[in-house]
Design a protein around this ligand. Structure first.
Ligand SMILES: [Zn+2]
Length: 81
């Protein structure tokens, strides 16, 4: 089974839907993309359980390339270094 423990499980159908909708291109840099990003990750405090209703909807998913996806999750977008 999957070794990834930081990504939510998306069905193949969901991945394809996002891939086709976004024309197979990274939504940040325009290069070919192959990774699905959750626009709003499940980091909202407070409403526990609420995110499950929309977290995996197409509106909350977008296609990114590996570089952008990595930077998004490991980079610091608000200053720092
Ligand atoms: Zn990119």
């Amino acid at each position: 089974m999957g070794a990834e423990n930081h990504t939510l499980a998306l069905s193949e159908r969901q991945r394809q839907d996002v891939w086709f909708r976004d024309d197979g291109t990274c939504q940040l840099c325009g290069h070919p993309g192959n990774e699905i990003d959750h626009i709003e990750a499940k980091k909202m405090g407070g409403r526990k359980g609420e995110w499950k209703k929309w977290i995996d909807r197409a509106e909350n998913l977008r296609l990114l390339c590996h570089a952008c996806h990595y930077a998004r999750h490991h980079g610091n977008q608000k200053g720092g270094h």
